[in-house]
Design a protein around this ligand. Structure first.
Ligand SMILES: [Zn+2]
Length: 449
């Protein structure tokens, strides 16, 4: 790409910085709490914010605007894969896609794909979570980081390319999907509708301006260890004679076994990745056991979070290999115990959020990294430790990365905010990257329309 072009693009991004910020404020002022989070006072679903996106896509003269409410029934043929939740209701929760047709497309369409829903507000805010307030170089609001900031940067980048008179050769698709924060069915519907970008996709999750060609899979599960209640202060009879069995004692031993397994995982190549600073682990997040101070616990339930890497994805794109590994751990940490053998643990799986990885050599990886360096950022390749919607895209033939402004540590928290400087930097990187991946030509007049 000629330098003149880059300079014109960067100048256009800078000169419309205020417009990008005010678009982010518009997005933040359209509450889009995912209904899964359930506080009726907050429920607004995704419709209002999708109206804001759609109006902007119309202003940009998108060639196609596609708006639809996903239908769970129509996605049932994907029930064995990631992102499918039977019966999920998308009333008032549309996906919106804009397509900007390229001047000479060769089938290497490029996509920006983000989610428009946000998590519940929660407590301890000192700013209005839906006010889009701007103070001291920060913009506050639920979703500022996750991920309305990233989507505002993407739209600002497209507008800057237009201002700079750049013509794109390949098709550019911009998708704003519903329901990422509770599973990813909006993205499943997008993929199922045939939207694919062999030229590469950017999911603008907050990566602190790093380039994330990887995300981890996340399993949530609940294991219940079974005992038998009985008076805790009395001498205990053998269980075959009706004696009590202490489920908390099993729980204690399972916690030890998990700690031991985590020490093994810390050194296991299958549980580590060069782009992640931490290994996959099994973390117990909730403990629940016992009823009274006088009684042995009849059951002990541990709710856990365990992570997995793409190398351990199963043929359906999910985490059954690691589930099986954990089930063996839960069934095998006690030996030579008849009660345990006859009353084995019960395992319930709550969530399996898939993972994905794009090779470093893909243009979407190299172009985004080069653009970040070109604008003076010290961005690196670094995986997302949490799940994002990238896996569904990758498995469908779209090389996908995550790249966006802000730090995930600020997402889902009170006073979520993004720095204006990060927003501007992300907009510059996205504009250069889209120009590179789509193949940009300066139009002869340097203006549009
Ligand atoms: Zn997100």
């Amino acid at each position: 790409m000629p330098d003149l072009n880059s300079e014109a693009i960067l100048a256009a991004v800078a000169s419309r910085e205020e417009a990008t910020i005010s678009f982010l404020q518009d997005l933040l002022r359209a509450p889009s709490v995912n209904p899964w989070f359930g506080d009726p006072a907050e429920i607004s679903a995704e419709e209002k914010v999708q109206d804001v996106f759609e109006a902007r896509f119309r202003d940009l003269d998108a060639d196609v605007i596609d708006r639809w409410e996903p239908q769970a029934d129509e996605l049932a043929h994907r029930a064995d894969g990631p992102g499918y939740y039977p019966g999920r209701d998308f009333t008032g929760r549309p996906n919106v896609v804009a397509v900007f047709k390229g001047s000479a497309p060769t089938g290497k369409a490029v996509m920006i794909q983000g989610h428009c829903d946000v998590v519940q507000v929660g407590s301890h805010w000192t700013e209005d979570p839906f006010g889009g307030e701007r103070k001291e170089g920060k913009i506050f609001g639920r979703g500022a980081v996750d991920m309305k900031g990233g989507m505002a940067a993407a739209v600002g980048a497209i507008e800057a390319l237009r201002d700079a008179g750049v013509t794109l050769r390949e098709d550019l698709i911009v998708a704003s999907v519903a329901d990422e924060e509770a599973g990813g069915m909006g993205t499943l519907s997008l993929v199922d509708r045939g939207y694919r970008a062999p030229g590469g996709a950017i999911v603008p999750e907050a990566t602190n301006l790093n380039i994330a060609p990887l995300c981890r899979g996340i399993l949530w599960g609940r294991v219940t260890l079974h005992g038998r209640a009985g008076h805790i202060e009395l001498e205990r009879k053998p269980w075959r004679e009706g004696g009590a069995v202490d489920a908390i004692d099993y729980g204690h031993r399972l916690l030890d076994a998990i700690r031991e397994r985590n020490a093994q995982w810390a050194n296991d190549p299958l549980k580590n990745h060069q782009y992640l600073p931490i290994p996959c682990q099994i973390y117990v997040a909730q403990l629940d056991a016992g009823e009274f101070p006088t009684t042995y616990a009849a059951s002990c339930t541990l709710t856990f979070n365990a992570q997995y890497l793409p190398v351990q994805k199963d043929a359906n794109g999910l985490g059954s290999i690691v589930k099986h590994e954990l089930e063996e751990l839960f069934g095998g940490f006690v030996t030579g115990d008849d009660w345990f053998d006859e009353h084995p643990p019960t395992v319930e799986w709550l969530v399996d959020a898939d993972c994905g990885e794009t090779p470093d050599s893909e243009p979407v990886v190299t172009a985004t990294l080069a653009a970040a360096r070109q604008v003076g950022l010290s961005s690196e390749l670094q995986g997302c430790m949490s799940h994002t919607d990238m896996g569904l895209q990758i498995d469908d033939g779209t090389p996908t990365i995550n790249f966006g402004p802000g730090h995930m540590g600020v997402a889902h928290q009170a006073d979520e905010h993004v720095l204006e400087t990060d927003l501007l930097a992300a907009t510059k990187v996205m504009a250069l990257t889209i120009a590179e991946l789509c193949g940009a030509e300066a139009s002869s007049t340097g203006s549009h329309h």
